[in-house]
Design a binder for this molecule. Sequence first.
Ligand code: WT7
Length: 655
Amino acid sequence: MADNKNLQSVLTEKRLFAPQPEFVARARLDPERLQALHAAAARDHVGFWADLGRKELSWHTPFGKALDDSKAPNYQWFGDGKLNASANCLDRHLGAKGDKIAIRFEGEPGDRKNYTYKELHAEVCRVANALKSFGVKKGDRVVIYMPMVPEAVMAMQACARIGAIHSIVFGGFSSSSLKDRIEDAGAKVLITADGGHRAGHIVELKKAADEALSQGCKTIEKVLVLKRTRHEVAFDVKRDVWWHDVVGQQKPSCDPEWVDAEHPLFLLYTSGSTGKPKGIQHSTGGYLLGAMTSCQWVFDLRDDDVFWCTADVGWITGHSYVCYGPLANGATILMYEGAPTVPDAGRFWKIAQDHAVTIFYTAPTAIRALMKLGDDWPKKYDLSKLRLLGSVGEPINPEAWMWYHTVIGKERLPIVDTWWQTETGSIMISPIPGAVPTKPGSCTKPLPGIAVEVVDEAGEILRDKDAGGYLVVTKPWPSMLRTIWGDNERYLKTYWSQFHNKYYVAGDSTHRDEDGYYWILGRIDDVLNVSGHRLGTMEIESALVSHPKVAEAAVVGRPHEVKGESVFAFVICRGERPHGAEAEKLAKELREHVGREIGALAKPDDIRFADNLPKTRSGKIMRRLLRSIAKGEEITQDVSTLENPAIVAQLAGKA
Ligand code: WT7
């Protein structure tokens, strides 16, 4: 569970920021309209979503029954309706908004390119036809491993157009992670690029893809390769096809494949508390509705906005708030390929200025990093077009919130701190910017149609406003995950079994204050949140143990100024415990090893070698103790139940 200090600090946060009248005057939702939505959802939860489903989405075949709970908790929404996600994101805007810019793109080297809705539609159709020419059919899986370029969105939309299920693997993941995900999904085609630009370097995507494919991935028949960095890469003419060779030749039209609302739109792998990542499966109709309506409510998305969500398409945030949500609303998005500090610390703010960004949505880790670089950088740029700021991925500490509010928001802009997960598909708890006063560090209240509660260990709903416990969702919602790909048992066990299938268990602990505001305290399982990304401790431990010199490893999180949490590993070697220069050398080797096994973001910041781990007599590792040690705390816990109490001093680095 989250620690007390965290709880204490949020409990003393009393500042309240009411929406500015100018904002409220133009907002899609003012307090009254928000109240009406909440009331409608409270009267008839399913009817509320059914009305929105009919109004917001374009259906080829309208649905009859909105919710089928006969196989609960495998809920189905809009089950007998048929639609296509890409037709909803593109085709329906071609009339009135055909010449409106859909994507504004800026690469890290500074190259820029815009696509109107008409142009994007034509490109997506070409990619869809190329995939068809490879034999990709409805239900086939396509893995996408690309940089943050418009072609990544085109690839997603092209899959959706022909009913193929995409599964994006974040470009920062290693070849070994890529291989595992390709194999679990059983993908037929891989879409990648020669490389991407990041922090002044080239991310060697094709090289990693080749490594993954050389180690297995037998289901892959074709690899579609975008030329982005134009450096030399290996090319297997029997398997690889250049994007510019094949896509350019295709027809710019392709009829959308009408799929059932429940047809999987995509899989996205995320870490859990065990070693193996879970393929979170999302639907077409329900997912799209959640992504769409949350854009309208939370981001107050309007026709004249330029919406910049800085997340990579490799994460759920990039799916819902780069690709599907904004495009389904016919909005203009900004995509930026690279790092926030290249060529200098003002890059983000320069982009916001140059592209007249109005909505800026990023992660607390980025906010803290930018804050540390000083106020002079944002002050150099004209940020007057900004009208709304957002945060996602982890709890935002009040200091970072206040900096965002004063330096970027000029004490004028609303901040939406949005709580949600890969599994929830879209934002669940967040301020409505024109209606809900904010408190720094709180994601405030659930959205209309989202039923959230706090329960105790026994699963009893805590009715008092002021309550702490497990965060659960008590009613199904359209954009919820449908299952874990290929493992429904794990779906039931992970999210539902704890409270006997009554509630969806988010895995977070929370406090709800006397005003009914939610404060997310952190994960309750063995999952770390590093820079807003979930990493399973088991996953990192398995990677460490796969190194020939490692016998055993235990990984915990340690609070980190910028990343939120950093990875701290306790390692037991085969043979002698290394010391001095030898220990340093091995630590470096292990970091690289974890980078190769999972990806750079999982590399431990700290590695401590010991002769043993602290275990109870039944052999359980005392993680709570390891967490205290990692934080450098004085050990006040009772260690008498330990098999080996003497080890504590060594683990603390004192022996
Ligand atoms: C976990 C989900 C949803 C997109 C990014 C992360 C934490 C997320 C917040 C927030 C406090 C947050 C939770 C959650 N989290 N947003 N606004 N305040 N915590 O997606 O990788 O699926 O991780 O991120 O712990 O369970 P994800």
